[in-house]
Structure formats: structure tokens, C-alpha cells
Ligand binder design. Structure first.
Ligand code: SF4
Length: 258
């Protein structure tokens, strides 16, 4: 059931709490909804809430790009132990990855934004698209105040970028303080890089700690223009000249269709 085929479900109230939105999503979509997380603080809050609501009977998936931090793997082990959840790990297509690495080398992301977007496309966006094609809804840890690009975020929306499935962001209106208050009060396991001044955590070569006064996502792809959108393509697609350069690179890398 894709939402674009018509409103076949009742939407939660606009002022519904995060728990209510989550409960609604799990009831409404059953095993056709899954939590997508990279194990940042918001993802851990959602995971903990969902585990409390379901006793651990909830689907969770994550992208293993091949370049994530050891601390992220450690947290996945902690999640398995604490909640008994076998996280579904999504990996890049081996042929696409091999062609990209052969053509552009392992650290292409430092050379140009279009190449960085290509790496994110092969390691994150395409594996995610394959997973989302099997679901009716996905749950994400986005918050409005994380960046300008996310200010218009709704707690529940139709995700036209991914074929009209339902995108659920239960913490859309939460502040960072509220997230950390929940983590402390409920003793939720969290990513250890937060203790080393990483307010936003992605792949190891593309994330650095931030300095005092910097915005939270300043440590992501820090070598790029500071006005860049700091997105990987999952939630915000490239546009304009960047889109054109990216499209050329992607077409070269994708294996020919026989
Ligand atoms: S964050 Fe960096 S290493 Fe990870 S997929 Fe994007 S460019 Fe590649």
C-alpha cells in the first residue's frame, strides 16, 4: 500500500506526541514500516521508544557504507544486547562500488562535491532506495532545528522522492536538549563520539568534531563551502550545476544494462 495511491489511513493529530506518532505508525503499517537510523541521538530515542511500545518487535535498518566509525559498530552491538533487535544492515552493490573505486579511488569525496555526492549515492542513497521499495513507510530521526534544509519538516509526510511512501519524523519538533534529556532519563545507549565533540556523526572520513560556536552539522563534509546544504542525497537531492555534474559521474559508474 503506497500512500500515493490514495489516503487509505487516518493521519495522526497535528499535535500528537512523538510516542503517539510512533504508536500510530507501528499500528498502521505493521511489518511494512521500519526505523532508519545511523545511531545518532535522535535515532536512539526513537529506537528506545519503539522498543518500549513493542517489546523489541520492531524493524530497524541501517546503512553500512563500509566507511562508518568503529564506535558505530560498537553501538550496534549494544543495541542488539539491550533491545534484542537484529538490525538489518544495508550494504552498497558490490559491482557499483567496485566501479566507483576503480574510476575515482577510495577518497574521491575530497576532490569535488559532485564526487562526494556520487560516493553518498553509491554507498547510501541507492541501497536505501532498494530497501524503501519494499516498505510502505519509514521512520527517521530528523528534526527541524538541525539545519535550514530541514525547517519545513513535518512529523508525517508523503515522500515523493521515494515513490510516495510515508515518511515519519516523530521528533520533528524536538529540541536537541529534549533529545538528550530523554537519553539521560532513560539510560539509553548513545554514540561515544558525542563525548568527543561530534554533534553530528556520519562516515569516518567525512566527519570531524566541531569547534565552539559552529553549527551542529559543520563537522560533516567540512572541506566543502560552508553554505553548502551538507546533505547526502537521502533527504535533499542535488540541484542545478551540482546535479548535472553528479548525473554525468553516476552514469559513468553504473554498470551497463545488458
Ligand atoms: S559520507 Fe563520505 S564516505 Fe560516507 S558515503 Fe558519503 S562521501 Fe562516502
Amino acid at each position: 500500500m503506497r500512500a500515493s495511491s490514495g489516503s487509505k489511513f487516518r493521519w495522526p493529530a497535528r499535535d500528537a506526541s512523538a510516542e503517539d506518532v510512533l504508536r500510530w505508525a507501528l499500528d498502521e503499517f505493521g511489518d511494512k514500516v521500519a526505523i532508519s537510523t545511523s545511531f545518532q541521538a535522535t535515532g536512539m530515542v526513537i529506537l528506545d521508544m519503539a522498543a518500549c511500545l513493542t517489546g523489541g518487535d520492531v524493524r530497524v535498518f541501517s546503512l553500512d557504507t563500509g566507511r562508518i566509525h568503529q564506535e558505530t559498530y560498537d553501538l550496534i552491538v549494544a543495541v542488539r544486547k539491550r533491545y534484542g533487535i537484529n538490525v538489518e544492515m544495508l550494504t552498497p552493490d558490490s559491482v557499483e562500488l567496485s566501479r566507483m573505486l576503480t574510476m575515482h579511488g577510495p577518497n574521491l569525496f575530497y576532490e569535488a562535491t559532485a564526487k562526494r555526492r556520487l560516493c553518498c549515492e553509491i554507498r547510501k542513497v541507492r541501497p536505501l532506495k532498494r530497501k524503501l521499495a519494499t516498505l510502505d513507510a519509514w521512520i527517521v530521526g530528523l528534526r527541524k532545528s538541525q539545519s535550514q534544509a530541514r525547517e519545513a519538516l513535518d512529523a508525517v509526510s508523503l515522500d515523493e522522492e521515494h515513490g510516495g511512501l510515508v515518511k515519519i519524523a516523530p521528533l520533528a519538533n524536538w529540541s536537541e536538549e529534549r533529545v538528550w534529556d530523554y537519553i539521560r532519563r532513560n539510560d539509553v545507549p548513545y554514540h561515544k563520539l558525542y563525548d568527543q565533540n561530534y554533534p553530528s556523526i556520519g562516515c569516518a572520513p567525512c566527519t570531524r568534531p566541531t569547534k565552539p560556536g559552529e553549527p551542529p552539522r559543520a563537522g560533516r563534509w567540512w572541506w566543502e563551502d560552508e553554505d553548502a546544504d551538507k546533505e547526502c542525497g537521502i533527504h535533499v537531492s542535488p540541484t542545478g550545476q551540482l546535479r548535472r555534474s553528479f548525473d554525468v559521474l553516476l552514469e559513468e559508474v553504473l554498470p551497463p544494462i545488458r
